[in-house]
Design a protein around this ligand. Structure first.
Ligand code: HEM
Length: 416
C-alpha cells in the first residue's frame, strides 16, 4: 500500500474503515489504524468487507471480556477467523479450537498432556541440542534468510518430535502448515490455488491416517497421534474425517507458524531497538522476560473471531445475535492503557506477560509453555555463540490478516 493510501486511511470516515484487508499486514500499516480505532471507536462496526460485516474489538479489556464469555460469543457458530468457512470447499475441517463446550473441553483434555510440564522438562535437552545444531551450521560471513535456516527449521524439528513424525519427512509438516494458512479466504488473491491445497491436504490426511492406524494398534505413547488414537473421546476420530484432519492441522499450525514468527520477530525487534540488544548482553537473565516481550511485540496470531449468540451490549454498542466479532490481538497488545509506550520493544518491560498473544479463557493457547521454552532455549544458545544477529536487508511479510508472518529476514551472524 502506498503512503498516499495510508494517509487516505487516516482520513477515511470511521464507518468506511476496514482494517481487515490482507495487504495492510503485508505492509505493516494496520497498526496505525488500530491505534485510531482504540482512540476513536474501540468497538467498531465495519458494514462491508471481503468477509462481510464485522465488529472490531481493539482494547485489551474488551478482548478479554469477549474471549472469556464463551456462552455469549461462540467459537463454533462461525469459526475462529474473520473469513467464514467456505461451505463449498472440497476439503472441510472441524477442530477443537473452533468448538464450544462440552466437545471442546473433552478433546483439549486428551491432547493437553503432550505439552504438560513433565513432558516439557523431558523435551528441553532435545530442543537445546537441536537449536545448537542449527546455530552451529549457520554460514558465518554470508547473508542468509533467518526464517528458513532457523525459525522454520527449529519448529519443524519440534513438531516432528511432538507427532513422532518420520524425522526425514519433517518438511512436509511445514508445507502442510503453509498450505493451511495460505487459504484464499485469509490471503485473498495471493492465497494458494484450491487444487493445490486439496492435493496437499489430501496427502496430509492420508499420511496421518497411516500413522494413526500404526499407533492405534500399538501401546499408548506420549506423542500427539498416539494420544488421540487412544484418547477416551478421540479414539474414533478417524471415522470423522473433517474432525480428524481439522485437529491434525490445528496442531500443525498451532505449533509451527506461531512459534516460527516469534523467533523471526524477535530478531527483527532486537535490531530495531539496538539499546535492548545491549541490555541483553549486559544481563542474559532477562531472556525469559524478553521472550514474553517478543511474543507481545510480534503477536503471531493477529485475530480470533467469535459469533454473538444473543443480542448484547459492548462498549456502548448494540451487538445483534449472529454478528461477527473480531478480537484484534495485535491491537490489544498495543493498548496504551495497559502497555506504556506500546510500540516500543522493551526486554525488561515489567508487564510483558500481560500480553494477549496466547488468547484468554477456555481456548487460551495450549502450547504456550512449549513456545516459551523453545524461544528461551534458542536465545540462550544464540547468546553463547553470537555477539549479534544482524538484519542486513528488508523484511518481507506475508499478506495475511490471521497469522502475522515473516517470510524473509536477511541476516548475518557475528560470532564473539
Ligand atoms: C508463540 C507461539 C504461539 C502463539 C502466539 C499461539 C497463539 C494461540 C492463540 C491466540 C490461540 C487461541 C486462543 C483463544 O482463542 O483464546 C491458541 C490456541 C491453541 N494453540 Fe497456540 N500459540 C502458540 C504456540 C503453540 C504451540 C507450540 C502449540 C503446540 C502444541 C499450540 C497449540 C494450540 C492449540 C492446540 C490451541 C487450541 C486451544 C483450544 O482451543 O483450547 N500453540 N494459540
Amino acid at each position: 500500500m502506498s503512503e498516499a493510501q495510508v494517509m487516505q486511511d487516516a482520513d477515511t470516515p470511521l464507518e468506511q474503515l476496514d482494517v481487515s484487508r490482507s495487504e495492510r499486514f503485508r505492509d505493516d500499516t494496520a497498526r496505525e489504524l488500530f491505534a485510531r480505532l482504540r482512540r476513536e471507536d474501540p468497538v467498531h462496526y465495519c458494514p462491508d468487507s471481503l468477509n462481510g460485516p464485522y465488529w472490531s474489538i481493539t482494547k485489551l479489556e474488551d478482548i478479554k471480556y469477549v474471549d472469556s464469555n464463551f456462552k455469549l460469543f461462540s467459537s463454533e457458530a462461525g469459526g475462529i477467523t474473520i473469513a467464514d468457512q467456505d461451505e463449498e470447499a472440497q476439503i472441510q475441517i472441524e477442530n477443537f479450537i473452533a468448538m464450544d463446550p462440552p466437545r471442546h473441553g473433552a478433546q483439549r483434555k486428551t491432547v493437553a498432556p503432550s505439552v504438560a510440564p513433565t513432558n516439557l522438562a523431558e523435551l528441553e535437552p532435545l530442543i537445546r541440542e537441536r537449536a545448537a545444531d542449527i546455530l552451529d551450521k549457520l554460514p558465518v560471513g554470508e547473508t542468509f534468510n533467518w526464517v528458513e535456516r532457523v525459525s522454520v527449521e527449529l519448529t519443524a524439528r519440534m513438531l516432528a518430535t511432538l507427532f513422532a513424525f518420520p524425522y526425514e519427512d519433517r518438511h512436509k509438516l511445514i508445507y502442510w502448515s503453509d498450505v493451511t494458512t495460505a487459504s484464499p479466504l485469509l490471503m485473498g488473491d495471493e492465497g494458494m490455488p484450491e487444487e493445490e491445497r486439496v492435493a496437499a491436504l489430501t496427502d496430509c490426511a492420508q499420511t496421518f491416517m497411516q500413522l494413526w492406524h500404526d499407533r492405534a494398534g500399538g501401546e499408548p505413547g506420549n506423542d500427539l497421534i498416539s494420544m488421540l488414537a487412544h484418547g477416551e473421546t478421540t479414539h474414533d476420530m478417524i471415522e470423522r474425517p473433517k474432525e480428524f484432519l481439522g485437529n491434525i492441522l490445528l496442531l500443525i499450525v498451532g505449533g509451527n507458524d506461531t512459534t516460527r514468527n516469534s523467533i523471526s520477530g524477535g530478531v527483527l525487534a532486537l535490531n530495531q531497538y539496538p539499546e535492548e540488544y545491549a541490555k541483553l548482553h549486559a544481563n542474559p537473565d532477562l531472556i525469559p522476560n524478553m521472550v514474553s516481550e517478543m511474543i507481545r511485540w510480534q503477536t503471531p496470531v493477529i485475530h480470533m473471531r467469535r459469533t454473538a449468540q444473543e443480542d448484547t451490549e459492548l462498549g456502548g454498542k448494540q451487538i445483534r445475535k449472529g454478528d461477527k466479532l473480531v478480537m484484534w490481538y495485535l491491537s490489544g497488545n498495543r493498548d496504551e492503557e495497559v502497555f506504556e509506550d506500546p510500540e516500543r520493544f522493551i526486554i525488561d518491560r515489567p508487564n510483558a506477560r500481560s500480553h494477549i498473544s496466547f488468547g484468554f479463557g477456555i481456548h487460551r493457547c495450549m502450547g504456550n509453555r512449549l513456545a516459551e521454552l523453545q524461544l528461551r532455549t534458542l536465545w540462550e544458545e544464540i547468546q553463547k555463540r553470537f555477539r549479534k544477529v544482524e538484519v542486513v536487508g528488508d523484511v518481507v511479510r506475508s499478506p495475511n490478516n490471521f497469522i502475522r508472518g515473516i517470510v524473509d529476514l536477511p541476516v548475518q551472524v557475528h560470532p564473539y
